[in-house]
Design a binder for this molecule. Structure first.
Ligand code: NAD
Length: 320
């Protein structure tokens, strides 16, 4: 039985990844600074550790008389655009410490395969209609925010440790990911979850506020597709960064309209100034497609899977 360590397993994507690895027959240890907020972990063992500390990274990677076959590093001080713009120092300090210590510990302890969750925030801003950027186009680098710079540095660090220590490193650049059991309130939620929450909280006939003017272009990848891509990439020989994202590009307005349609309510939308991030996105998925990956969930189907879960959270919070 293969053994996997999943870092960040108390969070959204890694929580789903643990379930995927269990379905694939792994023995899984999850680690996070906190327990999973929304469900009991599917991991065989769960450690609560602060991975900014070197000795905690070593402890997470140690098993008596054995070694992990695979390490998935998804722990990060993470949030949506509001958080990314207001917590630059926390991101650059905390996520960097986690990655510096975890990459070093994994390589020096002889871990054979190491996954790092990067982001399409490593790319520059784009204009609508620009041709796709490939992974190589991240250099020369001009990320829109400090979160992107931290990811880019960590990618390079992981590859350097891979070369020096013979560790197979796999790197995915995630597009926006959404689904059930993700942060939906509190300031760290991303646009799909924030929109679902606002619509769920609004009265039928009411108005919600959305940051920006609705024209920014994004792609949203459902978490089920994302974890399939992560697993496939980890089992592959594909070195270097690999974009994983749904090729359905939509405006923020289309996202908002889809959520409203799925809710069944009549809601008015007021676009207000706020942190929007880049204007446009368009990335090649050729590398992940070469492994046979294709998204199965598109925007409306994904919102149909996500909105009822967030609506239930909103209703439960009201009753507290
Ligand atoms: P998340 O916040 O739900 O999960 C991250 C987890 O890391 C959290 O549970 C958090 O508690 C944990 N963590 C933070 N600091 C820690 C510490 N010091 N020690 C141990 N654990 C700590 O975020 P997510 O959306 O599941 O993102 C997972 C990864 O994917 C992150 O690296 C993120 O940057 C990357 N990513 C996510 C998206 C997205 O759209 N969600 C897009 C691009 C990249």
């Amino acid at each position: 039985m293969k053994r996997a360590l999943v870092c960040g397993a108390g969070g959204f994507i890694a929580g789903h990844l643990v379930k995927k690895l269990k379905r694939e027959g792994y023995w899984v240890r999850g680690v996070d600074i906190k327990e999973h907020e929304f469900s009991k972990t599917a991991a065989d063992e769960f450690l609560v550790l602060d991975l900014r500390e070197k000795q905690n990274c070593k402890a997470a990677l140690s098993i008596q008389g054995a070694k992990f076959d695979e390490v998935y590093q998804l722990a990060a001080d993470m949030g949506g655009m509001g958080f990314i713009h207001s917590a630059e120092c926390e991101i650059m300090h905390n996520s960097m410490l986690i990655n510096v210590h975890m990459t070093h510990a994994a390589a020096t302890m002889g871990i054979p395969r190491y996954f790092f969750s990067s982001s399409v925030c490593v790319y520059r801003d784009m204009q609508p209609g620009e041709p796709e950027l490939t992974e190589a186009d991240a250099i020369p680098a001009h990320p829109d925010n400090e979160y992107g710079w931290e990811k880019l540095y960590t990618e390079r660090m992981a590859m350097a440790y891979g070369r020096r220590y013979g560790m197979q490193v796999r790197i995915a650049r995630f597009q926006n990911c959404y689904g059930a059991e993700g942060t939906w309130t509190g300031g760290r939620e991303k646009a799909p979850a924030a929109t679902c929450r606002k619509v769920a909280e609004a009265e039928d006939g009411g108005t919600i506020e959305v940051w920006g003017d609705g024209t920014a272009i994004r792609s949203y990848t459902h978490v089920n597709d994302m974890v399939e891509g992560v697993y496939l990439l980890m089992q592959s020989d594909l070195e270097g960064a690999v974009n994983i994202g749904c090729p359905q590009y939509v405006t923020v307005k289309e996202l908002v309209d889809t959520v409203i349609e799925v809710s069944g309510k009549k809601i008015k939308v007021k676009y207000v100034p706020g942190p929007v991030g880049v204007q446009s996105r368009n990335f090649s998925n050729a590398r992940i497609y070469s492994l046979g990956w294709q998204p199965k969930v598109f925007l409306k189907g994904g919102i149909q899977l996500t909105y009822p879960w967030i609506e239930a959270q909103v209703n439960a919070a009201r009753q507290k």
